[in-house]
Ligand binder design. Sequence first.
Ligand code: GLU
Length: 472
Amino acid sequence: MIHTMIKTRFAPSPTGLMHLGNVRTALFNALFAYQTGGVFLLRIEDTDLERSKLEFTQQLLADLRWLGLLWQEGPEVGGTQSSYAQSERGDIYAKYYAELEAKNLAYPCFCSPQELAISRKIQLSSGKAPRYSGNCDHLSPTDIQRKLEQGLQPTLRFRLPRHRLIEFTDIVRGNQQFASADIGDFIIRRADGTPAFFFCNAVDDALMGVTCVLRGEDHLANTPRQILILESLNLPVPQYGHISMILGADNAPLSKRNGSLSIQELKQNGWLAEAVVNYLARLGHTFTEEIGLRPLAELAQHFSLERLGKAPAHFDMQQMQHWQQAAMNQIDTSRLWQLLDAEVHALVPSELQQEFISAVRPNLLFPKEALHWAKVLFTDELVMEDSARDTLQQAGAAFFTHAITALETSQADYKQLIQLLKESTGTKGKNLFMPLRAALTGETHGPEMAHLLSLMGVARARHRLQNAAQFC
Ligand code: GLU
């Protein structure tokens, strides 16, 4: 079906911090909407009053904004609805409950949790899939009245058509068929009066004009129920697409236990938003060609629903690091500077900021690693790694005495320093570069020495070469 305007949505329940899994769902919905010039809507599904927390909602909005996943309709942005938080939409749902009851498509159920548990057990032990027995399906108005007068609080159940085949085309998984007989009448309003997920989720998609729902495959079995609710209420049914799960290294769904960090933690640990979205855009989705690190708008241009994978996607930390490195290489200097620790800001002289960033950037995976180089370059502190010590010893004191002499002529010109030292010591290649690097930085790896020497200056370099000579 071709819609004039695509409207996708992300409908998180604010019962915890956002993780990579939920973010990827949000991302795919956002990319599809952005691509088509449609609307990406955000709805907060906070009907579970006990588990939903305002602080999680606030964090969720902040996380989405940090990632650049901006919604065109929803909380703090507005739109046609009075509220985008389900906890504030009770009156709307009440109207639809009444409509279903009036049509005899919903009925109060007084079965206690204990009764339901027993019925489930009996069905399971006789090898049947558990579903509601239909106990309260035929209560007479008098029975219902009597139970209400006893103070019993019923749930409201949706009365399923008995012999219906529910069929739909899933955007990702193709044709799907479910028999209503396999489902069983399900609860659409809890005993405490709050709406059940199936119900308000479907009703809101329809009322909010959502045309396309991309969500986790764990919701696939909910879809036939939701289609029936919408049809019963003469409300439009969106297109559904159920995307594959993300699995951890242990093949279990990605969660805190097997390595998923919350978005908040990723941000605090120095992951760049570009890296996270570029990685996730390739997790369970493939681009026709490899397009490299791209801003969201360009990822959207290359996104295609047809290339959403059916098979579970495996989370791979190394891949995410690859995108982090790519993002670190591309981030502009002033933004990178802002991300560095206050201690780095205090250590690096302002006139050397640019040079410092260009020198250390290729060696940083995370902004916090810059502090190490700021200390190497602008403080007297120098921690000698074992490999550096070995290198110094192999080079011997005379090498460093020559280096000090060469430095007096070359000053901070590294190329000249190397040339002079090569001539005076007769060494070349690794034997020439490594001892110098080890003496000046305490390490055998790191950013380009020409930059480092120029940044640390002649006085500090001389001092370190003297220490190296003494050490040998
Ligand atoms: N609130 C539901 C969840 O977070 C939304 C499911 C859906 O996208 O329909 O799982």
